[in-house]
Design a protein around this ligand. Structure first.
Ligand code: 5GP
Length: 186
């Protein structure tokens, strides 16, 4: 029997979701981050088992065959998936937050109907483009791909339980913390 509540956070790459998420997790001892597996290479500063489990395509496909994922998806040339075992372990002791894109969020909602879905939106598409280019660790081709995908993701935000605009990181994190506190009956 799982003890915790499941929260899902989505938002286009470059929207500042990782920074917001780090603040949200740091603010709540009971909230753990579910570390996804991916076949994309690590970015500077990313650590194995902290940001992602970085695996080969062969290993990922083996995990699919073993039914190891609650959900998985392939986007922008890489696989991303939520490993079931560590999610269940974390849910057994507290609340969990997943960072997945909208297709993954829809699959989580189907499998875990009580999950609460939160979408982090940029103030505008122009601002998102500025942030993506400013990051400097993404090629021009990737920036264009991510912007195109962001438009589709923004459109998907309509069926989320909550949409929070990341104008300022601390404010955005506070809003998400209020939403979580609400569902935790605080
Ligand atoms: P990035 O490569 O920028 O870390 O992430 C790209 C996208 O993959 C983000 O929208 C993120 O939410 C999504 N993502 C990360 N982990 C998972 C996962 O386990 N499943 C799915 N479906 N999407 C994921």
């Amino acid at each position: 029997m799982s003890k915790g509540k499941l929260f899902v956070i989505s938002g286009a790459s470059g929207v500042g979701k990782s920074t917001v998420l780090a603040k949200v997790i740091a603010a709540r001892e009971d909230l753990r981050f579910s570390v996804s597996a991916t076949t994309r290479p690590p970015r500077p500063g990313e650590a194995e088992g902290v940001n992602y489990y970085f695996v080969t395509r062969d290993r990922f496909e083996q995990m699919i065959a073993e039914d190891a994922f609650l959900e998985y998806d392939s986007h922008m040339g890489s696989y991303y998936g939520t490993p079931k075992d560590q999610l269940e372990e974390k849910l057994a002791v507290g609340n969990v937050i997943l960072d997945v894109e909208p297709r993954g969020a829809a699959n989580v909602r189907r499998k875990c109907p009580d999950a609460k879905l939160i979408f982090v939106a940029p103030p505008s598409m122009e601002e998102l483009e500025r942030r993506l280019r400013g990051r400097g660790d993404t090629s021009e081709e990737q920036v264009c791909l991510r912007l195109k995908r962001a438009e589709w993701e923004m459109d998907q935000s309509r069926w989320y339980d909550h949409v929070v605009i990341n104008t300022q990181v601390d404010l955005c994190a506070d809003q998400i913390l209020k939403i979580i506190a609400g569902y935790c009956g605080e």
